[in-house]
Design a protein around this ligand. Structure first.
Ligand code: SAM
Length: 490
């Protein structure tokens, strides 16, 4: 393990490819990216065929596959049909032409696939593989774009429709829409590459990846890579599906699509995928151990006395020792030993599930701790605010007390004022009364004075008249006397 350069590894891969071609064996190794997804998904694909074949014995199983590449999945379907149903067919729809936008999808694998499709190598390898696997008679090819080919096929015709073509949202959606029409009632629509469901991914980054049209993206929430278009299109069409380690599946029931139950099926890696080499095989002596494939974070090896699953994280392991010696040297979770591949895959599934749960619990604990911290800091802030409020309230209360005291003083002053005003009002009323009495008395006395003055004036006038009369009579008398005296003088 280690020490080999990338070009050494590539040469070795192509050497194996040429070797397989020369010997007439199927090739599903790393060269030309023929592997396409973890082999365990193909074990679930076999299980789907087994399920339908057991439900309807002696009936052919018809599979429609959208996207075949080098034939790893097509051979899986065909072998499963032969093993479980006896009769059936696989219709493969594929462009076998370059289909990636290399400006968006920049990793080496896309360039490799582009070149393999452009040169026609991949179509030739597909034909070689189905022939070498002995399933050519079960496979029918339609070369073309799924969006043009699928509408020409008959409705309700297929038992299984497998969607693994382009991973662009519009094309996945179109393939799903067509599959819904083409699958028979009771049949299964499934597809590859659902590494993460919509609920699991970071929504903002997911929308951005979809917008760009990236085939593959890293989800920052789970730190896993996934196919954004598959995640979105599948979520849009089937809210209720089963996800078998990245192989999604639904079952048609009338007009609805329900999850698929595979609990009664066996899980077996197809034979043509059991010897997939990997870039960095663990150590081992030829003839004693054989590296079969990698699954999740484990290398699966065939040992002279059974099977081994070695966690990739523990690095180089001398797997050539006796199984019991290996068991004694490593932690039971890092090196799994069993009598069959299926057992190891199940154990890896259990460990992964346990780790996932532990990670979930750890995440939840972390979230809880964060929430608690937030709560505590909120509570501190609230307590501080409350203290400030209490202080403000105390200040307010003391101001209110002062104001109340001042108000009491003012009330007292007002009361004093009011009582003085009452007294003054009463005094004023008494004065008014006195004044009224005085006025009345004045009026009465002025009336009496007037009467007396009138009387006096009348008396005066009378006296005047009497005086006038006396004067006149005196005058008369004087005149008379004057006359008398004059006459007397004469
Ligand atoms: C991921 S590979 C399929 C892998 C294969 N199912 C397997 O498991 O080995 C995708 C395939 O889809 C094909 N493809 C891409 N776009 C397509 C389209 N619009 N119509 C039909 N096939 C398409 C590509 O040529 C390629 O072979």
């Amino acid at each position: 393990m280690g020490g080999r350069s990338n070009s050494d590894v590539m040469l070795q891969h192509f050497g194996m490819l040429i070797h397989a071609l020369l010997r007439g064996e199927p090739y599903f190794g790393p060269a030309l990216a023929t592997t396409q997804g973890p082999p365990v998904r193909k074990a679930y694909m076999r299980a789907l065929v087994e399920l339908l074949a057991h439900e309807r014995p002696a009936m052919p199983v018809r599979v429609l596959e959208i996207g075949s590449w080098a034939g790893a999945s097509a051979v899986t379907w065909a072998q499963a049909i032969r093993d479980f149903a006896g009769d059936g067919e696989v219709t493969c729809v594929d462009l076998w032409k370059p289909y990636f936008d290399l400006l968006i999808n920049r990793s080496d694998v896309y360039l490799t696939m582009e070149k393999a499709a452009e040169s026609g190598d991949i179509y030739r390898l597909f034909q070689h593989n189905i022939r070498a696997a002995g399933v050519e008679d079960l496979i029918d090819c339609i070369i073309g774009d799924s969006r043009q080919v699928l509408p020409t096929l008959c409705a309700d015709e297929y038992d299984i429709i497998f969607i693994d073509g382009a991973h662009v949202y519009d094309i996945v959606s179109s393939d799903i829409a067509n599959a819904k029409r083409l699958v028979r009632d009771g049949g299964i629509v499934c597809g590859d590459d659902l590494e993460l469901t919509l609920a699991e991914v970071d929504q903002d980054r997911h929308r951005a990846a979809l917008k760009v049209g990236a085939d593959f993206a890293l989800d920052v929430r789970t730190c896993k890579e996934y196919h954004p278009a598959v995640t979105q299109a599948v979520a849009d069409e089937f809210p209720n599906l089963t996800n078998f380690e990245g192989l999604w599946a639904v079952r048609r029931q009338g007009e609805t699509f329900k999850p698929v139950d595979l609990s009664a099926s066996t899980l077996e890696i197809p034979t043509h995928l059991r010897a997939i080499e990997v870039n960095a095989p663990p150590g081992g002596r030829d003839g004693v151990v054989e590296l079969l494939f990698s699954h999740k974070d484990f290398y699966i090896l065939r040992h002279r006395d059974g099977y081994l699953a070695i966690a990739q994280k523990i690095g180089e392991v001398d797997a050539s020792k006796e199984l019991e010696q290996i068991r004694a040297l490593y932690h039971a979770d890092d090196v799994l030993i069993g009598g069959s591949i299926e057992y190891l895959i199940r154990r890896i599934g259990e460990l992964t599930e346990r780790d996932r749960r532990a990670a979930e619990v750890a995440t939840r604990i972390e979230l809880l701790a964060q929430a608690q911290q937030r709560l505590e800091s909120q509570m501190t802030a609230t307590a501080e605010r409350a203290a400030v409020q209490v202080e403000a309230q105390q200040r307010l209360e003391s101001r209110m007390t002062t104001m109340a005291e001042r108000a009491a003083v003012q009330v007292e002053a007002q009361q004093r004022l009011e009582s003085r005003m009452t007294t003054m009002t009463e005094q004023a009323a008494a004065q008014v009364e006195v004044r009224q009495r005085l006025e009345k008395e004045l009026e009465i006395s002025s009336q009496g004075l007037c009467t007396r003055m009138d009387n006096f004036a009348a008396t005066l006038a009378e006296h005047q008249r009497a005086i006038d009369r006396g004067r006149r009579s005196f005058a008369y008398r004087c005149l008379w006397w004057l006359g008398f005296f004059r006459s007397a003088e004469k």
